[in-house]
Design a protein around this ligand. Structure first.
Ligand SMILES: [Zn+2]
Ligand SMILES: [Zn+2]
Length: 238
């Protein structure tokens, strides 16, 4: 086995030598920067564009519906009402999710690139030859699960953002005049989030000191937002 690995590395080095035999930096890395893999990846993204956007939008829409639900549950419990999610809210969230999905397409591309990178690294470590690596990458990109996994991963990374976006939206629709930022209140809270909390109650349309209109302020932000001033009348009239 060891011999095989050495042979394949040697083959790559020899392959990378120019015709005149002059040695140069051996280009043994057939990573995604390799034109064949790059071209195949672009082709795959183009072919699956519609499906990726649909998948992403549906993950995001589900998260926004949870945000609408959370806002209504909160105020229904607070004010003793039984308001249901209005259809117009769902329509607005669908548009929001579709727009956000389009903007996240490049992130799916990045996720796919990382998946291919990892695969190439693994194959290289196992001493797989370059043309076989290309073949395997080709096969990998032809499987629908490959695209699904990348789109899902990006969707899940953005689902709390979608939930909070909908939570803010619902409170705006209900006419909440104010909001505040709530941190996890421990030593791991970053300075930006801490300053947002220190700002206290602010008007709902104003940005927090970090420049955000709501949490999360960054990946793995553990903060939440609270809203006030919604009336019983606003819920009953939904
Ligand atoms: Zn933070
Ligand atoms: Zn935070």
């Amino acid at each position: 086995m060891t011999v095989d690995i050495h042979e394949s590395v040697l083959r790559w080095v020899l392959d990378s030598l120019p015709a005149d035999g002059r040695a140069h930096e051996p280009q043994v890395d057939p990573g995604p920067e390799h034109p064949d893999i790059e071209a195949r990846m672009q082709e795959s993204l183009e072919q699956n564009r519609g499906r990726i956007l649909k998948l992403l939008a549906s993950v995001l829409l589900t998260a926004t519906l949870a945000g609408l639900r959370a806002a209504l549950d909160y105020w229904n419990a607070e004010l003793g009402t039984h308001a249901q999610t209005p259809e117009t809210w769902v329509q607005d969230m669908r548009h929001w999710a579709e727009n956000r999905a389009r903007r996240l397409f490049a992130t799916v591309e990045q996720a796919l690139r990382e998946a291919v990178d990892q695969m190439v690294e693994r194959l290289k470590e196992n001493g797989v030859l370059r043309n076989q690596i290309l073949e395997q990458v080709n096969k990998f990109l032809s499987q629908s699960e490959t695209i699904n996994a990348s789109a899902n991963r990006v969707g899940m990374e953005n689902d709390s953002d979608a939930t909070y976006a909908a939570f803010l939206y619902a409170n705006q629709e209900l006419g909440a005049p104010g909001k505040c930022w709530i941190t996890a209140q421990d030593h791991r809270v970053c300075i930006a989030c801490q300053q947002n909390q220190w700002a206290g109650w602010i008007p709902i349309d104003v940005l927090f000191p970090s420049g955000h209109d709501r949490p999360p302020a960054h990946p793995r932000c553990r903060c939440a937002a609270r809203y006030h001033g919604v009336t019983r009348k606003a819920l009953v009239s939904l």
